[in-house]
Structures are given as C-alpha cells and as structure tokens.
Design a protein around this ligand. Structure first.
Ligand code: LLP
Length: 419
C-alpha cells in the first residue's frame, strides 16, 4: 500500500502515526488517506484519457460522504444500486447527470427518485424492469434514459460470490435474448434507449475476460445499429482487481489501450464503474489486541474489531494483510489467528499469521478501504466503527463518528414506548 510506512518502528499512514489516530479516535477505526484516493482516481483518468470516459465510482465499495465528496470534486460520476445510495451521492454534492443506477431489483419508488433527480441512466436488468420503468416514467410525464445490462456469459475467474457475468448468475439480460429485449425497449414510449452495460465480476486480476465481454457487447452494438437502434454509450462495468497480498493487478494502461483500440472510430462514450480499485488500498482497519489466548492447538489474538466490522474474511475467505502498528524488536513472533469477539467461529480477520504481539498492541488490517465499512453490521449489538480521513496536509478528520449505543437502540425504543 502506498502512503504506509514505518517510522522508528511505528506505522504511519498518509503521514500520520496510527498510534496517534487510535489514541484520538479509539478503535476499531477505519482510516483512509485522501492522497491514495486521488492517486487511484487519476490513474484511471490518465490511462483512459484519450476516451474521455465518464468514471462512475461504485458507491457500494465505500459510501462515506467525505469520500464521495472527494471523488465528486475530482469530476467523478457515481454508480449506485439503491435509493439510499442516490440520497448519499446527492448529499455529497454529486451531479445527478453523472449517475448511473445499477441493480437487479429497483423498486418503483427508487425509479421515481432517480427520475426526479435527473440521473444519467438506469442500467436495466430484465424485461419486467423495463415495463415498470416505462410505467413509472409515463406517470411522471418523463422519459427514462436506459441502458441494458447484458450478461455476456464470460467467466471472470474470480470468487464465485463476486462473479456476476455467467449464465447462471442472477444478473443482466441473457446475451442471446438481448437483441430482442432492445427492440422491446425501443418500442416503449417513455424510455429513451441510450446505452449498453455489463459487469462480469470483481477483483479481476486478468483483463482477458473484460475484453472478451467488451467484444461481445460491441458485436451487439453493431447489430442494433443495423436495426436502427443507435446507442450513445457503452459501460464496461467495474474496475480491475487490487493487490491484497501477492496478486498482480492488471496494467491499467494496457487495459485502457485495448479498450481504446476497440472503440476507435465509434461514436460511443465510454462509461465505467470502478469501486474496489479506487478505495481498497486507501484504507486500513485499526484494531487493538484485547487478549492473547495461547493454547496447545492454536494461539488467538482476540482483537476489538470483528466480522461485523470487516466481513470479507468470513464471507469470502478473503486475505487481508495484518501488521503491527508498533514493531517490537525483542518480542518473539508467534503464529496466531486474529479473531474478533463475535460469537461465531467464522469471526476471524486472519488465520495463521506470524506476529510479534502482546495484549494492548494495535494492529492494522490492510487494504480495507473497499467493501469494509459498507458491509459492516450491528451483529452482537456492536456499534459501527469510527472512520477517519487523513487529508493531503496529513491532518486526520473524523468523517464518521463511532455509532453510539443510544442511536443503535433508538428505533426500537420508540416502539417500546407505544406499548
Ligand atoms: N458495477 C456493478 C454493477 C457491480 O455490481 C460492482 C460490484 C461494481 C460496479 C464495482 O466493481 P469493482 O470495481 O469494485 O470490482 N463485496 C465483494 C465485492 C462485490 C462486488 C459487487 N459488484 C467483496 O468484498 O469482494
């Protein structure tokens, strides 16, 4: 991770000692570095510069308002999947005209919200959704801009839970029927058919499946043009994978060049929806060791962060590096499972890690900026962690206060009182 260094055996991130962050804001705590967010965004912008793409940051990766605001200021659009995410991006000052609305189950209310706001387009995933959107738009006296999410049936070669472009995934419109669905869409009076999109999976470390998907989409674009349906944009879906441990992320420029070569001479605006690669390595989860539990079969470092804070290891067996915030020269390393206090054996952040730790030490779980805080829950009535953003000036700012127990109970308490 860039911006992460030891100075005199103390880990710093974005120029700040993580010991100082823990002291000031407590643990568990997500810490983000603004500089890394900017670097990640500009890497996309620069690599794809010749295509002047609309880069729609996928809010689901990390929806913190300050992060959204930062990307909005850099000129990003947003990929949203719910009315809640729409409210978030609008609150962060996003330009609605740069928002694409993905997702397989949009409600009529969410469609209304999108139309009201004037979003760039709805990425539609089924015929029934087209029919509903047409009706909602008609009732509002509007035309809804639509793109069809085509399922290209290519194997993204990633974890099955985050693979989305295969025939048996719930996502998108089957490639073989897409042409007919476009004709149906074009015939609906309150829809404006403007684009095509796909998303085949996340954490891709090879771009070949992405390019295969693009080729399939372009063949369909040509066939549609011959039938008089001329599309204005092509949305290639999510971004590339990141380095969690020893992965080699694809070369962004190589990917961009391959896309540019295929789009050359076509009047199609490129849209993309990267999430993980814009925020993943811009964040760490800071946690403190509460207990060491040393046993015959296993040693455990029981920390104050848990699966409710960072679900990825439990859900996908995802690997996140875990490093000490203060390096002890004289403490012997041992093999430990780093686990949380939640009452589940699946509550672990890392297994069989070699660490020199003692009780009270701070640990940093790396590459936790994407799908970390957004997938957090209140399981075991654990308040959600604080979030801190370290600015380019090196100054930390609290961008999400630690949830209070009072707030956690508030909705239920109100109901109790009515009985
Ligand atoms: N667009 C659509 C329609 C998506 O479904 C996704 C992610 C993205 C864009 C962003 O893809 P990215 O650039 O982040 O690869 N929770 C899982 C990841 C789920 C991804 C779902 N879709 C994880 O923690 O690995």
């Amino acid at each position: 991770m860039s911006q992460l260094d030891y100075h005199n055996d103390t880990l710093t991130f974005g120029g700040q000692a993580l010991t100082a962050i823990a002291e000031r804001f407590g643990t568990p705590c997500y810490v983000y570095a603004e500089r890394v967010l900017t670097e990640a965004y500009t890497a996309y912008r620069d690599a794809f510069a010749s295509l002047d793409p609309l880069i729609c940051y996928a809010v689901k990766a990390n929806g913190n308002l300050s992060i959204l605001q930062h990307f909005a200021r850099l000129g990003a659009g947003f990929d949203i999947v719910s009315g809640g995410e729409l409210a978030r991006v609008l609150a962060a000052g996003a330009d609605a005209a740069k928002v694409v609305f993905s997702g397989v189950g949009k409600t009529a209310d969410e469609m209304r919200m999108g139309l009201e706001a004037g979003i760039h387009c709805f990425n539609v995933e089924s015929v029934n959704e087209l029919v509903r959107l047409n009706q909602v738009a008609g009732e509002m006296g509007r035309r809804a801009p639509v793109s069809l999410r085509v399922n290209p049936d290519v194997d993204a070669q990633t974890h099955p839970y985050i693979s989305t472009g295969l025939k048996d995934n719930k996502f998108g419109i089957a490639f073989d029927t897409a042409f007919d669905v476009y004709r149906e869409a074009a015939a609906l009076p309150h829809l404006d058919v403007v684009g095509i999109d796909c998303h085949i999976g996340s954490q891709l470390t090879d771009v070949t499946p992405l390019i295969d998907a693009l080729d399939r989409l372009l063949a369909l674009v040509d066939r549609l043009a011959e039938a008089g349906i001329v599309l204005r944009h092509l949305d290639i879906g999510g971004g590339v994978g990141i380095r969690y441990t020893d992965e080699t992320p694809p070369d962004l420029q190589g990917y961009a060049d391959a896309v540019a070569q295929r789009l050359a001479g076509r009047p199609l605006r490129l849209v993309m929806e990267p999430g993980r690669s814009l925020v993943g390595n811009a964040g760490v989860l800071l946690t403190r060791v509460e207990y060491l539990k040393l046993g015959e079969a296993k040693n455990f470092a029981i920390v104050d962060a848990a699966m409710n804070d960072l679900l990825r290891p439990s859900l996908y067996a995802a690997y996140h590096q875990i490093v000490p915030v203060v390096r002890h020269a004289h403490l012997p390393p041992m093999k430990v499972d780093v686990v949380g206090p939640v009452c589940e054996s699946s509550d672990f952040l890392g297994k069989d890690r070699t660490l020199a730790v003692k009780e009270g030490d701070l640990l940093a779980v790396l590459s936790a900026g994407a799908y970390g805080s957004t997938m957090a829950s209140n399981y075991n009535t654990r308040p959600r962690a604080a979030e801190v953003l370290i600015g380019v000036d090196g100054q930390p700012r609290l961008v999400r206060a630690r949830e209070t127990l009072e707030a956690l109970l508030a909705n239920e308490r109100a109901l109790l009182e009515t009985h």
